[in-house]
Design a protein. Sequence first.
Length: 137
Amino acid sequence: MTMNVADTDRLSELIAAKLQVVELLSGLARRQLELAEQAEMTALLKVLSAKQTVLDQLQRLERQLDPYRDQDPERRVWRSAADRQRCQQQMDQCGHVLNEVMVLEKQGEAALVRRRQAAALALEQVQSATDARSAYA
């Protein structure tokens, strides 16, 4: 099936929108990492909520892109070679940014694990001190 120019225009719009959304997601992931490292839990929860909204947007865009996935890219009709190249660059950038987001997610998770372990150690030390005081009382 050959696509017409209107189809490729729509594809191009969706990919441009996807790039905007993944860049927003990247910014939120960076902020999430900062807050996790600083143990700013209230602000972190707000960022996670915002990030969920952005992930929902990304999921909607992916569903809109689904019909284009099974099409032969060579059969698409573009307004110009420059439009095709720009669209391809945006798709490549989406992949790059999403890879960065995955790295940030792993770093954020590790920061939260470190915070949890530090909190557990602090609680353990408080309990040990309480136990010692009780033994002397």
